[in-house]
Design a protein around this ligand. Sequence first.
Ligand SMILES: [Zn+2]
Ligand SMILES: [Zn+2]
Length: 341
Amino acid sequence: MKSSMQGQVSPSSDAGDNILRQQGSGGLWDSVKKAAFIIGSGIFFLAAFLNSVTWHLQRFWGASGDFWQTQWTKIHHLFGGNEWALFFVGTMIVPTASFWLFNALLMVADSTGKPSFITRYRIQVDKNNPVDPEKLRQAVKTVLFNQVFLSMPMVWLAFLVMKWRGDPCGPELPTFHWLLAEMAICGLLEEVLFYYSHRLFHHPAIYKHIHKKHHEWTAPIGVVSLYAHPVEHVLSNMLPALIGPVLLGSHLATTSMWFTIALLVTTVSHCGYHLPLLPSPEFHDFHHLKFNQCYGVLGVLDRLHGTDAVFKQTKAYERHVLLLSLTPLTESIPDTPKKLQ
Ligand SMILES: [Zn+2]
Ligand SMILES: [Zn+2]
């Protein structure tokens, strides 16, 4: 939603500038009033829309809340008090299985160029067509190493801390509102920690020793999301994702859902295909292409620090929207505008 609005703001504000210049100071006040009216009613309708969405979600949760609580109680009993096993399944098995299932599908497309209804959405059209099998094998090996030897011990440490301060595997599920609030807080904490640690890894004194590995892929694919030097995997991948649940003392259900979503989102942002109805991967794809732009996940801090200035001048920025049609954006927004040909 945010991305699609960003994509549309610049052309219309340019048009607004032109109108203002033509109208002079008399027309200026009129334009300001119009703009205030349009923005004001926009906010009103957005607020009304969000209210109604929350209301529907709440109703859904109210009806299904008992269902989920019953499932949780069953799982809880099944593990018979072995909290570490339960925690391990929730924070490692479920998110990791989701990650590999999604990536297996993407790897088939990367390796075979089929099915074409996926590969026609490729962002860097001439790259990874097909992907180099040896490079892919190396990436898979590194990712497995990172998951087994780094993610797993870190999750175990998180378990110890969370056990010490609370009850992460408690018998009662959190409320729906608290789950949403925790997701939002985890997302913001991740943005801050990822942005600054990522920028630090781009410092010339550090870059070649650590982060260069991740950037071997100038046209990334899904599995490259966890292809990183061990130090980077700990500080830039795991820590920003773990900090939210540990600080909040989240319930395992929330932590499991957050890890799964975070892994799927980072896979999408590296996958190299701008597919319909999925979050736009243009932002991070551009980071892999140009190195010194677009360091964050959400893009909030890039806007604040101006590290998206070059990105905003590009076709990739125009394409950085939620794709709601079946036409690939490389076709609807081609690299060279048709009128110049
Ligand atoms: Zn990356
Ligand atoms: Zn980077």
